[in-house]
Design a protein. Structure first.
Length: 153
């Protein structure tokens, strides 16, 4: 494995402790390989559309508001990660995407578009099914990712 094997590392976060630990690990790996870390938060629009009885139309105001709230919440996580990245001199980029796709589909598509060399993801997210060894999102990303996936525990 060459030193430049990992030049672009994707870390999806949802604010959970596990995802923040994955972000910390991504920064450590990135420092070692002089790689860029892309921190991604996915807002699944579909759940909001279904909850108000609207499906796959242009986003109504309540959805736009939910997306904006999600972006604001993600900004606090991004700030914490950015401080850590600056201390370790790691290049980072932060993205929030909203999608009617599944979270897994959005992460996999994003990884493909960005040509990520590695995805680092926490074992479980906010859904909190603590008895599962691997959360459904992590499991789906491992299954469908276009690159190696490191699952952080």
């Amino acid at each position: 494995m060459s030193e430049k094997e990992f030049s672009k590392i994707l870390v999806p976060i949802d604010g959970s402790e596990m995802s923040m630990q994955a972000a910390s690990l991504a920064l450590r790996v990135a420092k070692r390989y002089d790689a860029e870390v892309i921190v991604l938060h996915v807002v699944n629009i579909d759940q909001y559309l279904q909850s108000i009885g609207v499906y796959r139309l242009s986003y109504p105001e309540p959805i736009k508001k939910k997306v904006e709230e999600a972006k604001n919440e993600a900004a606090t996580w991004f700030n914490e990660i950015q401080r850590n990245a600056e201390q370790n001199k790691v290049r980072t980029r932060f993205e929030v995407i909203d999608t009617p796709l599944s979270v897994v589909g959005a992460i996999v598509n994003f990884a493909e578009q960005q040509k990520a060399d590695l995805i680092i993801i926490g074992t479980r997210g906010r859904s909190g099914f603590t008895k599962l060894l691997l959360g459904s999102v992590a499991s789906g990303v491992v299954t469908y990712a276009p690159c190696p996936v490191l699952v952080a525990k």
